[in-house]
Design a protein around this ligand. Structure first.
Ligand SMILES: [Zn+2]
Length: 211
Protein backbone atom coordinates (compact mmCIF):
# COMPACT_ATOMS: atom_id res chain seq x y z
CA UNK A 1 0.00 0.00 0.00
CA UNK A 2 2.94 2.30 0.67
CA UNK A 3 3.60 2.69 -3.05
CA UNK A 4 0.18 4.31 -3.43
CA UNK A 5 1.02 7.05 -0.96
CA UNK A 6 3.53 9.03 -2.98
CA UNK A 7 1.48 9.50 -6.16
CA UNK A 8 -1.66 10.32 -4.12
CA UNK A 9 0.26 12.84 -1.99
CA UNK A 10 1.63 14.41 -5.18
CA UNK A 11 -1.91 14.52 -6.63
CA UNK A 12 -3.16 16.31 -3.47
CA UNK A 13 -0.31 18.84 -3.79
CA UNK A 14 -0.98 19.51 -7.46
CA UNK A 15 -4.71 19.84 -6.85
CA UNK A 16 -4.01 22.33 -4.05
CA UNK A 17 -2.04 24.38 -6.57
CA UNK A 18 -4.96 24.36 -9.01
CA UNK A 19 -7.57 25.75 -6.64
CA UNK A 20 -5.20 28.25 -5.01
CA UNK A 21 -4.05 29.73 -8.33
CA UNK A 22 -7.60 29.75 -9.74
CA UNK A 23 -8.95 31.47 -6.62
CA UNK A 24 -6.31 34.22 -6.60
CA UNK A 25 -6.37 34.77 -10.38
CA UNK A 26 -10.18 34.61 -10.47
CA UNK A 27 -10.44 37.23 -7.74
CA UNK A 28 -7.84 39.51 -9.36
CA UNK A 29 -9.45 39.29 -12.79
CA UNK A 30 -13.05 39.42 -11.42
CA UNK A 31 -13.68 36.17 -13.28
CA UNK A 32 -16.61 34.27 -11.75
CA UNK A 33 -16.01 31.27 -14.01
CA UNK A 34 -12.49 30.85 -12.60
CA UNK A 35 -13.71 31.30 -9.02
CA UNK A 36 -16.40 28.68 -9.64
CA UNK A 37 -13.88 26.17 -10.95
CA UNK A 38 -11.62 26.95 -8.01
CA UNK A 39 -14.36 25.96 -5.53
CA UNK A 40 -15.07 22.86 -7.56
CA UNK A 41 -11.41 21.84 -7.30
CA UNK A 42 -11.34 22.70 -3.59
CA UNK A 43 -14.23 20.29 -3.12
CA UNK A 44 -12.36 17.61 -5.08
CA UNK A 45 -9.49 18.09 -2.69
CA UNK A 46 -11.48 16.36 0.04
CA UNK A 47 -11.87 13.26 -2.13
CA UNK A 48 -8.12 13.11 -2.64
CA UNK A 49 -7.40 13.74 1.04
CA UNK A 50 -9.85 10.93 1.99
CA UNK A 51 -8.05 8.68 -0.46
CA UNK A 52 -4.68 9.57 1.04
CA UNK A 53 -5.89 9.09 4.62
CA UNK A 54 -7.18 5.64 3.72
CA UNK A 55 -3.65 4.61 2.80
CA UNK A 56 -1.80 6.11 5.76
CA UNK A 57 -4.17 5.32 8.63
CA UNK A 58 -4.10 1.60 9.40
CA UNK A 59 -7.84 1.01 9.23
CA UNK A 60 -8.66 4.12 7.28
CA UNK A 61 -11.10 6.77 8.42
CA UNK A 62 -14.37 5.38 9.82
CA UNK A 63 -17.31 4.99 7.46
CA UNK A 64 -19.35 7.32 9.62
CA UNK A 65 -16.73 10.04 9.38
CA UNK A 66 -16.45 9.62 5.62
CA UNK A 67 -20.20 9.80 5.15
CA UNK A 68 -20.36 12.99 7.20
CA UNK A 69 -17.41 14.40 5.25
CA UNK A 70 -19.12 13.55 1.95
CA UNK A 71 -22.38 15.09 2.99
CA UNK A 72 -20.72 18.20 4.40
CA UNK A 73 -18.65 18.57 1.23
CA UNK A 74 -21.65 18.13 -1.07
CA UNK A 75 -23.84 20.56 0.84
CA UNK A 76 -20.99 23.07 1.00
CA UNK A 77 -20.38 22.82 -2.74
CA UNK A 78 -24.11 23.30 -3.46
CA UNK A 79 -24.23 26.35 -1.15
CA UNK A 80 -21.18 27.96 -2.77
CA UNK A 81 -22.54 27.21 -6.25
CA UNK A 82 -25.86 28.80 -5.29
CA UNK A 83 -24.06 31.89 -4.02
CA UNK A 84 -21.98 32.20 -7.20
CA UNK A 85 -25.06 31.60 -9.36
CA UNK A 86 -26.74 34.49 -7.54
CA UNK A 87 -23.72 36.68 -8.17
CA UNK A 88 -23.62 35.67 -11.86
CA UNK A 89 -27.29 36.65 -12.25
CA UNK A 90 -26.70 39.92 -10.42
CA UNK A 91 -23.86 40.79 -12.78
CA UNK A 92 -26.27 40.69 -15.71
CA UNK A 93 -27.73 43.93 -14.31
CA UNK A 94 -24.51 45.36 -12.95
CA UNK A 95 -21.76 44.21 -15.31
CA UNK A 96 -18.23 44.13 -13.92
CA UNK A 97 -15.23 44.38 -16.25
CA UNK A 98 -13.49 41.00 -16.49
CA UNK A 99 -9.96 40.43 -17.79
CA UNK A 100 -10.33 37.86 -20.57
CA UNK A 101 -6.71 36.78 -20.87
CA UNK A 102 -6.51 35.60 -17.24
CA UNK A 103 -9.23 32.92 -17.43
CA UNK A 104 -7.71 31.68 -20.70
CA UNK A 105 -4.19 31.28 -19.31
CA UNK A 106 -5.19 30.03 -15.86
CA UNK A 107 -7.94 27.74 -17.25
CA UNK A 108 -5.45 26.11 -19.62
CA UNK A 109 -2.98 25.68 -16.75
CA UNK A 110 -5.72 24.18 -14.56
CA UNK A 111 -6.75 21.77 -17.33
CA UNK A 112 -3.11 20.68 -17.71
CA UNK A 113 -2.75 20.30 -13.94
CA UNK A 114 -5.97 18.25 -13.69
CA UNK A 115 -4.55 16.03 -16.41
CA UNK A 116 -1.36 15.81 -14.31
CA UNK A 117 -3.41 14.77 -11.25
CA UNK A 118 -5.09 12.06 -13.35
CA UNK A 119 -1.71 10.87 -14.69
CA UNK A 120 -0.35 10.57 -11.14
CA UNK A 121 -3.33 8.37 -10.24
CA UNK A 122 -3.17 6.23 -13.38
CA UNK A 123 -0.56 3.73 -12.18
CA UNK A 124 -2.09 3.06 -8.72
CA UNK A 125 -5.57 3.10 -10.26
CA UNK A 126 -4.88 -0.15 -12.10
CA UNK A 127 -5.20 -2.15 -8.89
CA UNK A 128 -7.60 -0.06 -6.85
CA UNK A 129 -11.22 0.75 -7.66
CA UNK A 130 -11.38 3.86 -5.44
CA UNK A 131 -8.29 5.37 -7.07
CA UNK A 132 -9.71 4.46 -10.47
CA UNK A 133 -12.82 6.52 -9.78
CA UNK A 134 -10.68 9.47 -8.74
CA UNK A 135 -8.65 9.02 -11.95
CA UNK A 136 -11.77 9.02 -14.15
CA UNK A 137 -13.10 12.03 -12.26
CA UNK A 138 -9.97 14.08 -12.84
CA UNK A 139 -9.88 13.20 -16.52
CA UNK A 140 -13.39 14.67 -16.69
CA UNK A 141 -12.22 17.75 -14.80
CA UNK A 142 -9.72 18.51 -17.56
CA UNK A 143 -12.76 19.49 -19.64
CA UNK A 144 -14.48 21.37 -16.82
CA UNK A 145 -11.36 23.54 -16.38
CA UNK A 146 -11.59 24.48 -20.05
CA UNK A 147 -14.92 26.25 -19.37
CA UNK A 148 -13.22 29.45 -18.10
CA UNK A 149 -11.01 29.30 -21.22
CA UNK A 150 -14.14 29.35 -23.41
CA UNK A 151 -15.46 32.27 -21.31
CA UNK A 152 -12.18 34.16 -21.79
CA UNK A 153 -12.11 33.57 -25.55
CA UNK A 154 -15.73 34.73 -25.97
CA UNK A 155 -14.95 37.75 -23.81
CA UNK A 156 -11.95 38.74 -25.89
CA UNK A 157 -13.84 38.24 -29.15
CA UNK A 158 -16.94 40.17 -28.14
CA UNK A 159 -15.77 42.25 -25.13
CA UNK A 160 -19.01 41.23 -23.37
CA UNK A 161 -18.10 40.31 -19.78
CA UNK A 162 -21.55 38.71 -19.72
CA UNK A 163 -20.01 35.48 -21.09
CA UNK A 164 -17.99 34.97 -17.93
CA UNK A 165 -21.16 35.15 -15.80
CA UNK A 166 -23.01 32.91 -18.24
CA UNK A 167 -20.38 30.17 -18.07
CA UNK A 168 -19.95 30.51 -14.30
CA UNK A 169 -23.74 30.22 -13.94
CA UNK A 170 -23.83 27.16 -16.19
CA UNK A 171 -21.13 25.38 -14.16
CA UNK A 172 -22.93 26.35 -10.94
CA UNK A 173 -26.25 24.91 -12.16
CA UNK A 174 -24.54 21.75 -13.37
CA UNK A 175 -22.84 21.26 -9.99
CA UNK A 176 -26.05 21.97 -8.03
CA UNK A 177 -28.05 19.48 -10.12
CA UNK A 178 -25.50 16.64 -10.21
CA UNK A 179 -24.36 17.01 -6.59
CA UNK A 180 -27.94 17.40 -5.37
CA UNK A 181 -28.98 14.27 -7.25
CA UNK A 182 -26.04 12.43 -5.75
CA UNK A 183 -26.98 13.42 -2.20
CA UNK A 184 -30.64 12.47 -2.64
CA UNK A 185 -30.11 9.24 -4.54
CA UNK A 186 -27.07 7.76 -2.88
CA UNK A 187 -28.32 7.40 0.73
CA UNK A 188 -26.40 4.43 2.09
CA UNK A 189 -24.08 4.36 -0.87
CA UNK A 190 -22.54 7.67 0.12
CA UNK A 191 -19.94 5.50 1.75
CA UNK A 192 -16.35 4.92 0.98
CA UNK A 193 -13.92 3.15 0.32
CA UNK A 194 -15.81 0.73 -1.91
CA UNK A 195 -17.21 3.68 -3.75
CA UNK A 196 -15.39 6.89 -3.30
CA UNK A 197 -17.81 9.75 -3.47
CA UNK A 198 -16.29 12.45 -1.31
CA UNK A 199 -18.66 15.01 -2.64
CA UNK A 200 -18.38 14.98 -6.33
CA UNK A 201 -20.93 14.70 -9.11
CA UNK A 202 -19.02 12.78 -11.76
CA UNK A 203 -18.32 9.97 -9.35
CA UNK A 204 -21.95 8.97 -9.70
CA UNK A 205 -21.56 8.89 -13.45
CA UNK A 206 -18.35 6.92 -13.31
CA UNK A 207 -20.06 4.47 -10.96
CA UNK A 208 -22.93 4.10 -13.37
CA UNK A 209 -20.47 3.60 -16.23
CA UNK A 210 -18.69 0.89 -14.31
CA UNK A 211 -21.75 -1.15 -13.41
ZN1 LIG B 1 -14.07 17.63 -9.97
Amino acid sequence: MAHYRKPIAAAVGLNTGIFAVEAVAGYQASSLSLIMDSFHNLSDELALVCLYLAFIVARGPSQKLLRSANLFNSVGLIAVSGLLLWQAVERLWNPVPVHGVVPIVVGLAAAAANWGVARLLLEPSRNNAAIRLAYIHNMGDVWVSLAPVVAGVLLLLTSYSFFDSLIAGTIAVWIIVTTGREVFESHEELIWPEKIVCGHPDHAESRAAES
